[in-house]
Design a protein around this ligand. Sequence first.
Ligand code: FES
Ligand code: FES
Length: 166
Amino acid sequence: MKTVSLTLNINGADVTTAVEPRETLADVLRERLTMTATHVGCEHGACGACSVEVDGKIVRSCLMLGFMAEGRGVVTLEGLSDDPVIAVLRRTFHEKHAVQCGFCTPGMLMMARDLLKNRHVTSERDVRDGMAGQICRCTGYAGIVRAILAAAEELRRTSAGAPASA
Ligand code: FES
Ligand code: FES
């Protein structure tokens, strides 16, 4: 099938690749660029496994065509290894047993980071509301909620993840 050239910025680096117009951003990341931290579950916007940041906003990369990312800034979990919020979440997910098979975990981490950076999270209700669009097929929600709440408390103490508008 005919391909088009796509140039976008991924995790701070400009990248150019050939894509088919029908390919989703998730496919471009995984298949064209072998960036497999972004998982694909439902492929129709229901599970959140494919969550990435585009121009600072969380999007479901299975719902966005790759060529629509032309000239935009994409952040995936691969680009957040030094991110202070992800560092805390990674630890609390481990401590609170928030990972079972791990399939949903990249999307959970991306969404939890966005939640902790942009909203005040002080209760289990806040976490459950903020993460309502993320599905864990292992049904490990209790551990995930505990982990995000623990991260919120720690980040509040250290201010590393305080919402910019606070
Ligand atoms: S794979 Fe994108 S929301 Fe499920
Ligand atoms: S840990 Fe298995 S899908 Fe969430």
